[in-house]
Design a binder for this molecule. Structure first.
Ligand SMILES: Cc1cc2nc3c(=O)[nH]c(=O)nc-3n(C[C@H](O)[C@H](O)[C@H](O)COP(=O)(O)OP(=O)(O)OC[C@H]3O[C@@H](n4cnc5c(N)ncnc54)[C@H](O)[C@@H]3O)c2cc1C
Ligand code: FES
Length: 238
């Protein structure tokens, strides 16, 4: 259940160019792969959302890219500093015992790091591919990393090589839309973790609504509450 928590920063480390790993110790009891947390970044009042990149022994891990004032604030924190955050938020990936292909792009790789750990722990066979704009921006953890160009060039070759039964992807919408089309051609069940600028983070303000198809009807869904993980075949891509 969602809680407002106080956490202690254990470490903030620049792990790639303008990309930081944050470790927070708190009373958080659980957060699953695909779920996210929102951190207060004063003087901003809207908490900034980040996917859980790991959770072990009560320590929550996130990986964030410098964008604006909120992430700049986080990057200047030191170990021992206190942060206020809300977690766990949203749904998580529906983990199944199926040979899985994980596809990430940029910071979309972050939630897949956690998923990858969970699949490993459960002994589920997987292969993890990720694309980055440059080698300096690589978030380590994937089995195959590509720099420049697009990770889309590698999706079909890896489907053919690895023959996955399930795909999990987190990337910009335009990439996810294409992955969804490729997966549907190969009839592979696919879950996508979506992102949109958020305000409330709990399904109230309707600031993060997307269209989905359920039972043959087009409906509204909020990324923060109904997602951020959706079955790719249900998303109405813009
Ligand atoms: C469910 C969810 C999970 C997320 N997980 C992660 C994560 O694991 N790691 C991570 O680095 N980021 C993640 N994000 C994006 C992250 O929340 C934003 O980068 C952050 O809120 C920016 O805050 P800021 O104050 O630094 O920048 P702002 O001042 O809010 O924005 C600065 C600039 O960045 C742009 N920007 C803001 N948000 C995004 C975005 N989502 N994508 C592209 N451009 C954006 C703005 O348009 C603006 O131009 C996630 C977002 C959502 C909704
Ligand atoms: S951010 Fe308010 S409904 Fe999603």
């Amino acid at each position: 259940m969602k809680k407002n928590l106080k956490g202690k920063i254990l470490s903030i480390t620049e792990i790639a160019k303008e990309i930081f790993e944050i470790k927070i110790e708190s009373e958080l009891k659980e957060i699953s792969a695909g779920q996210f947390f929102q951190v207060l970044c004063p003087p901003k009042t809207m908490r900034r959302p980040f996917g859980a990149a790991g959770f072990e022994n009560g320590v929550l891990k996130g990986v964030f890219k410098l964008r604006g004032d909120g992430t700049k604030y986080l990057s200047t924190l030191k170990s021992g500093d206190i942060v206020h955050f809300t977690a766990p938020l949203g749904n998580g990936f529906n983990i199944e015992s199926k040979k899985s292909l994980l596809i990430g792009a940029g910071v979309g790789t972050a939630p897949l790091l956690y998923l990858s750990d969970v699949l490993n722990m459960q002994g589920i066979e997987k292969y993890f591919i990720a694309g980055f704009r440059s080698k300096e921006e690589e978030i380590k953890g994937a089995d195959f990393a590509q720099y420049g160009g697009t990770i889309l060039d590698f999706v079909e070759p890896y489907i053919q090589k690895f023959n996955p039964e399930k795909i999990y992807a987190c990337a910009p919408d335009i990439v996810l839309k294409k992955i969804s089309e490729i997966a549907s051609k190969y009839e592979i069940e696919t879950e996508v973790a979506l992102e949109k600028t958020m305000a409330c983070g709990i399904g109230v303000c309707k600031g993060c609504v997307i269209k989905v198809i359920k039972n043959g009807e087009i409906q509204n869904a909020t990324i923060c509450h109904d997602g951020p993980v959706f079955n790719a075949s249900e998303v109405v891509w813009e």
